[in-house]
Structure formats: structure tokens, C-alpha cells
Design a protein around this ligand. Structure first.
Ligand code: NAI
Length: 395
């Protein structure tokens, strides 16, 4: 099958197996170029390991720290005449490359919110990994079937308490337009917190603890975002931001539980805004990211997922590093994004952007390149005219 990108709104419905593997290789090469990370974890569980920050966390753990990694994700498998999702191919490539270096890697494709997946993963960890030193919680999901009630909670990206209008961009068509979003109902607020808050993170830690699989001094990290004021109504003060507040409250409880295990800790890392399958679905944010990329590339401070996660591991979590917590106790690996000069430039550009000057004032071209790269397109060394086998069984 010759595989070309087919973009539908904010998703690409095709993905390229060799392209995804080349993308993984780029991430591995980057991590290795930075040298090995001392004091890193031996055994790592990444929940949400197939794309975005979770994927880059797993690459950093395996190839920067030499960790055994267990990955949990929810991806569409390939079959004889149907493409798998990018996360499916990413995981196969990562696993092949890890095992080629003698590194343990095991994968679970299923609903991480379910009791069944938790018990399968825990049984496997018990059988051939042993206590976990690092749990990365990096799920981004539109819905959660509650394991106790069976209720399906759907997360929404809406403002809270007031309607919100701003500008947004159709990243595929390059059209800048105004968007107006009505405030969330109380039920939508609660549903979003049920999906993107910390309840499931806490359940994973409790389940590992009950199985005796929390290592002494273990760390667990979940990811959050704050960003600039122009996005606060839809992000920080919106339904997703309130869910992140819930994640932070859960973090305090998880941290006390981990402390009982030889002084372990749970942390929130506030990451930079970047192109991911999750962020491309948020109104307004892709336009902000296109502006941000332009500014940060010009300053030489631009980072993608792998640069962020390598820095998180090497300069905040391990290597004997000081996590440099903010006044609310969070790691701020979004520090370069939030620099005053970057934000001041962003605020100047924001009101000026139109469909006509989009390419000039923003890095929409870079945004699109990054977007396609997530699906394995536009990677150097891949001949996209050549037919490739879509079916790659999980290993
Ligand atoms: P992503 O969409 O690239 O990755 C989500 C991962 O979760 C994938 O591995 C997917 O397979 C997995 N997943 C989704 N539903 C699942 C389920 N039911 N069971 C098992 N696995 C499931 O997302 P991204 O952007 O990497 O987000 C990860 C975290 O980072 C989120 O908490 C997000 O809020 C946060 N974050 C994202 C930022 C961004 O700009 N992309 C910025 C700062 C924080």
C-alpha cells in the first residue's frame, strides 16, 4: 500500500509505519546525543506511552536511563488491509529498537481506565519486572468509562462561567476565524474532571501499591499546562484547567502515599505547549502554538516533546537535579515558553494575525510539518511513493 497523509480537520486518518519508526529513531538519537542520565529509574511504567509526551518520556527512560519500560496505550491495531494508528507503529518501532539494545519493553494496548487493563499490567509487572521506580501518567483522552459505575464521561474543552470568543486557526486550510464557545454545564465540568483529573492516576498508584510494586523512593509524574493569559478562558480557567486542578489535588495524596515508600514523591510537571494529537483538538491553542514556535525558533529556544522530556529527566528529576518547584510545588519545564520576552512578543503578534498574514506572522508551516510528523509523514530518508506493508503485529 502506498500511504499518503489524509488530513481531516485536526486529525490525520492515515499513518506511515516506516515514517513513524524514523520519528522514533530521531527521538532516540536526540536522547543519546545528550548522554546518559545518572540516577535514573530501573523500572518504568508509562500510562499513555504511544504518542506525545508519554512516548517521549518512554524514549528518554529507555535510551537515556537504560530503564525497563512497560507502556500502556489505546491505539487502533493494523490488519491486512487497514492501517494502524501512529501510536501503534510508534510502539512497535520503539520496542524493536529497545530490544535490539537489550532493553526490556512490554506493551499493553487497552483502556487504561479499566480495572481489567490495570490488573493485566500489574500481573505482568509482578511476573517479570518487579517494583516500579517511575510511573509516568500521560493520558489524554476524550472519554472514560468509569470502572465502578460503567458511566461514560466525556471531556469537553469549554470555558467555565462565561462564554468565550477568540480567534482560532484551521491549521489544515490556513484560515483564521473567530470562534465563540458557550460555557460548560456543571455536568460537563464534572465529566471533564472525571476524564482528565487525577482519579485514575490515583487508582493506578493504589493498585501498584496493593500489589507491592512501588519501589523504595519511587517517583510518579503527571503532566499539566498553564500557558499565557490569552488562552486561560479556554484552558487554565476552562473545563480542562479545572480537571488539571483535580490532578494537582490528587498529586498531593499520591505523594503522601509514595513518601511511605522510602521517601518517594509525586510531581506535576507543567510542560510547554506543543503540537500533539491532544492539543490540535483544542480551539485557539494551535494558533497560539504557531505563534510560539515562530518566536522560540527565532530565539533558538524551541523544543518539541523529546527535548522537553529529556530536559525533564536530566535537569529536574534525575542526575541529582533540583526539581526547581514553583510556589505551588510544580516542576516548570514550560520555563522557556513562559519567559517574559517570549510572552510579550506573542501578545503583540496575537491580535494582528489574519488569514492573509498567517504564514508571515506565525510558524504555521512548522506547525503543519510537526503535525504530519506525528503520523510518520515528512521524515527524511523515507520514500513515500514506495508501497509498504500496513500490517505490523504488536511485539
Ligand atoms: P497525546 O494525545 O499525544 O497522547 C495521549 C496518550 O494517551 C496516547 O498514548 C494514547 O494512546 C493514550 N490514551 C488515550 N486514552 C487512553 C485510554 N483510555 N487508555 C490507554 N491509553 C490511552 O497527548 P499529549 O499531548 O502528549 O498529552 C499528554 C499529557 O500532557 C496530557 O495530560 C496533556 O494535558 C499534557 N500536556 C500536553 C501539552 C500539549 O501542548 N500537548 C502541554 C502540557 C501538558
Amino acid at each position: 500500500m502506498v500511504i499518503k497523509p489524509r488530513v481531516r480537520g485536526f486529525v490525520c486518518v492515515t499513518s506511515h509505519p516506516e515514517g513513524c519508526a524514523a520519528h522514533i529513531q530521531q527521538q532516540i538519537d536526540y536522547v543519546k546525543s545528550k548522554g546518559s542520565i545518572s540516577g535514573g529509574p530501573k523500572n518504568v511504567l508509562v500510562i499513555g506511552s504511544s504518542t506525545g509526551f508519554g512516548l517521549s518520556s518512554r524514549v528518554t527512560a529507555a535510551f537515556g536511563c537504560g530503564s525497563k519500560t512497560v507502556g500502556v496505550f489505546y491505539e487502533r491495531p493494523s490488519d491486512e488491509d487497514r492501517l494502524g494508528t501512529a501510536g501503534w507503529y510508534n510502539t512497535i518501532a520503539l520496542t524493536e529498537k529497545a530490544r535490539a539494545e537489550g532493553l526490556y519493553a512490554r506493551n499493553f494496548n487497552g483502556d487504561a481506565f479499566s480495572n481489567e487493563v490495570k490488573s493485566n499490567v500489574i500481573a505482568a509487572i509482578k511476573e517479570d519486572v518487579g517494583p516500579i521506580d517511575l510511573v509516568i501518567y500521560s493520558l489524554a483522552s476524550p472519554r472514560r468509562t468509569h470502572p465502578d459505575t460503567g458511566a461514560v464521561h466525556k471531556s469537553v474543552l469549554k470555558p467555565v462561567g462565561k462564554s468565550y470568543s477568540s480567534r482560532t486557526v484551521d491549521t489544515d486550510k490556513g484560515i483564521v476565524s473567530d470562534v465563540a464557545i458557550e460555557p460548560a454545564t456543571d455536568e460537563e465540568i464534572a465529566d471533564t474532571a472525571a476524564v482528565m483529573g487525577g482519579d485514575d492516576w490515583e487508582r493506578w498508584i493504589t493498585a501498584l501499591d496493593e500489589a507491592g510494586l512501588i519501589a523504595e523512593g519511587a517517583t510518579s509524574v503527571a503532566y499539566s499546562y498553564i500557558g499565557p493569559e490569552i488562552t486561560w478562558d479556554i484552558y487554565k480557567n476552562g473545563t480542562i484547567g479545572l480537571a488539571k486542578n483535580h490532578l494537582e489535588e490528587s498529586c498531593i495524596r499520591i505523594s503522601s502515599k509514595l513518601k511511605e515508600h522510602g521517601g518517594g514523591r509525586a510531581l506535576i510537571s507543567v510542560n510547554k505547549a506543543l503540537v500533539s494529537q491532544a492539543s490540535s483538538a483544542i480551539p485557539v491553542v494551535p494558533l497560539y502554538i504557531s505563534i510560539l514556535y515562530k518566536i522560540m525558533k527565532a530565539k533558538g529556544t524551541h523544543e518539541g516533546c523529546i527535548e522537553q522530556m529529556q530536559r525533564l529527566f536530566a535537569e529536574r528529576l534525575f542526575n541529582g537535579a533540583d526539581p526547581q518547584l514553583d510556589e505551588s510545588g510544580r516542576i516548570r519545564i514550560d520555563d522557556l515558553e513562559m519567559q517574559d520576552d517570549v510572552q510579550a512578543e506573542g501578545a503583540t503578534i496575537w491580535p494582528q494575525v489574519t488569514t492573509e498574514n498567517l504564514a508571515e506572522l506565525t510558524d504555521i508551516v512548522g506547525y503543519r510539518e510537526e503535525f504530519l510528523k506525528m503520523f510518520g509523514f515528512g521524515l527524511p530518508g523515507i520514500d513515500y511513493e514506495v508501497s509498504t506493508e500496513p500490517h505490523r503485529p504488536m511485539i
